[in-house]
Design a protein around this ligand. Structure first.
Ligand code: FES
Length: 225
């Protein structure tokens, strides 16, 4: 099986494709495939040319940290939760997320997600019991990994400078549900950075690895206005 990877050695260098041969286990995840290719000291491409280790990020390897988000065979996914067997013998094409600046190969800079939350002051702050009793929805929304997959598929999210995307909307809901004194402020920033420009494609919900029902968060936030 061939593994084609879009590489970029530094933020300013040009991207290029490199192809590797994968002859490891078929029950491996895509994260496992990257590890397998990187394992040896002497790494070579499919034509035997010496090359460097592939840059990519992971931490948990169990779908809990979001670090391994990338585009595999055209679909934005978590590499550790995507399995070779599901490609039924087809070659694999891997590229970094397109909505974030590339740092190195498959590693991207997703700091804009956190910078936007910080700039909008969307944080729970001091602990207080929830004032909203919809605990199940709060629990699910709180699972957001900030992996960026929802932003990758969003037709309205470009570079995060004016439209902040689904990850932001879910955090707005969480904070508003815990602190009604912030509702007015959150309603205002939510409207400006999300509500006004969301076209409700809801593609974010299709790719969310923890299945956050963002539409429910949106409905609850719209009631704040
Ligand atoms: S490594 Fe943590 S989600 Fe994949």
């Amino acid at each position: 099986m061939k593994v084609k990877i879009l590489r970029q050695l530094s933020p300013d260098s040009s991207p290029y494709w490199e192809i590797f041969e994968y002859d490891g286990p078929l029950d491996n995840s895509v994260a496992g495939v990257l590890d397998y290719i990187n394992y040896h000291d002497d790494i070579s491409d499919v034509e035997g040319n010496a090359t460097t280790r592939i840059g990519w990020e992971c931490s948990c390897l169990q779908g809990m940290c979001g670090a391994c988000a990338m585009v595999v065979n055209g679909k934005p996914v978590l590499a550790c939760e995507t399995f070779v067997r599901d490609f039924h013998g087809k070659d694999i094409e891997i590229r970094p997320l397109r909505k974030f600046p590339v740092v190195h190969d498959l590693m991207v800079d997703r700091s804009s997600i956190h910078e936007n939350l910080k700039a909008a002051n969307i944080c729970i702050g001091e602990y207080r019991p929830s004032e909203d009793t919809d605990f199940e929805h709060q629990y699910t929304a709180a699972k957001c990994l900030k992996c960026g997959l929802c932003l990758e598929v969003c037709p309205n999210y470009v570079n995060g400078r004016s439209f902040y995307g689904a990850a932001f909307a879910n955090d707005c809901y969480l904070v508003a549900s815990r602190n009604q004194s912030k509702s007015r402020m959150i309603g205002e920033i939510y409207g400006r950075a999300f509500g006004r420009d969301c076209s409700k494609s809801l593609s974010c919900m299709d790719v969310c690895p923890v299945k956050i029902p963002t539409l429910s968060s949106i409905a609850r936030l719209n009631r704040l206005k």
